[in-house]
Design a protein around this ligand. Structure first.
Ligand SMILES: Cc1cc2nc3c(=O)[nH]c(=O)nc-3n(C[C@H](O)[C@H](O)[C@H](O)COP(=O)(O)O)c2cc1C
Ligand SMILES: CCCCCCC(=O)C(=O)O
Length: 338
């Protein structure tokens, strides 16, 4: 465990630590994500006159200062009283993008009011009318893209949570963006009957870019492009859904080949160091998302802890790029990963 994770663990209620840290089943996929990055080796290029580096990256009309986004994660107020608003403040200061979870514990309007660039994550909701309501609210709040999580036809078996009896937010906390037109908080629906027609309905209901999160098979990546999706996140939900699923960096190359540059491909799961980001970029990802380390920063140090995590990733990536002979993320190539 990293020193930061240890500080977070010390700050958190043990049941909440298990919720944040845990995965599904035996947590094979949770471990596999980090192990798969650890196995990769970078093959540096030399004498390339790298000079000043430029880490900035554009996604759907937003310029990010680095190819690192904050992944959607639930329940930030359980990590720190500053909650998602605190995380967003750090994201604004680091000039990148926060993907706000549908299970956020603060209203999306308060989160975008920090000035952070925000995308809104949505579990596809079986009730179309309610889903339209949530999407319109995210649009009105200024969210710049919708991230639709497609790896959760049912909720994963989180054995730590089952042992701890943790199945709901404690009193005093709610999923603030699950309120319906009457202001009542709805349960998040998980529906195994949903298919591509659901994406069509969503496409018809919003002009925002739609990014599918949780794609691991190249055939699904091809279908996503055919169905008019604007971007993909190669993700296994940080090992919280299908235990035994392929590690994300192992799935990435085939998906990049299937997409063939038609839409951006992002990846998350197990990204812990600047070298992991460089590997993902070299294998064709446009950017990565960070899940648990952001929560550890928030739990251990509040908004400034999140800022420290983001700036550490920037610093490490810049260092790795220089040593690998790349002035920009796009200079890295797949032949630089062994
Ligand atoms: C505590 C926690 C809550 C999460 N909540 C959501 C969520 O609400 N929606 C979602 O699409 N993914 C959710 N995820 C998955 C993350 O978006 C992301 O895929 C994963 O955390 C990346 O792996 P990493 O934690 O190893 O960086 C959650 C992950 C964690 C650890
Ligand atoms: C009952 C809804 C809880 C959503 C929690 C999100 C989460 O932990 C995850 O997606 O992982």
């Amino acid at each position: 465990m990293t020193a930061l994770a240890e500080r977070a663990r010390a700050a958190l209620d043990p049941v909440h630590w298990d919720f944040f840290a845990g995965g599904a089943g035996e947590e094979r996929t949770l471990r596999a994500n980090e192990e798969a990055f650890s196995r990769r080796r970078i093959v540096p290029r030399v004498l390339r006159g790298v000079g000043d580096r430029d880490l900035s990256t554009e996604l759907f009309g937003t310029r990010l200062s680095m190819p690192v986004l904050v992944a959607p994660t639930a329940f930030h107020r359980l990590a720190h009283p500053a909650g998602e608003v605190g995380t967003a403040g750090a994201v604004a200061a680091s000039d990148t993008v926060m993907v706000v979870s549908m299970a956020a514990t603060q209203p999306v309007e308060d989160i975008t009011a920090t000035g952070a660039a925000v995308w809104f994550q949505l579990y596809p909701q079986p009730d179309d009318e309610f889903q339209r309501h949530v999407v319109k609210r995210a649009e009105a709040a200024g969210c710049r893209a919708l991230v639709v999580t497609v790896d959760s036809p049912v909720f994963g078996r989180r054995e730590r949570d089952r042992r701890n009896g943790f199945d709901d937010l404690p009193d005093g906390y709610t999923c603030e963006n699950m309120r319906d037109g009457e202001g009542r908080v709805r349960e998040i629906g998980f529906d195994p009957t949903l298919g591509w027609e659901h994406v069509h309905r969503l496409r018809a209901s919003t002009g925002l870019p739609i990014v599918l999160k949780g794609v691991l098979h190249p055939a699904d990546a091809r279908l996503a492009v055919e169905h008019g999706v604007d971007g993909l996140i190669v993700s296994n939900h940080g090992g919280r859904q299908l235990d035994g699923a392929i590690a994300t960096v192992d799935a990435l190359p085939a998906i990049v080949r299937a997409v063939d540059g038609r839409i951006p491909v992002l990846v998350d799961g197990g990204v812990r160091r600047g070298a992991d980001i460089a590997v993902a970029l070299a294998l064709g990802a446009t950017a990565v998302l960070i899940g648990r380390p952001i929560i550890w920063g928030l739990a251990a140090g509040g908004p400034s802890g999140v800022r420290d995590v983001l700036e550490a990733f920037r610093d490490e990536l810049d260092h790795v790029l220089t040593l690998a002979g790349a002035a920009r993320p796009s200079d890295l190539t797949a032949d630089q990963v062994a």
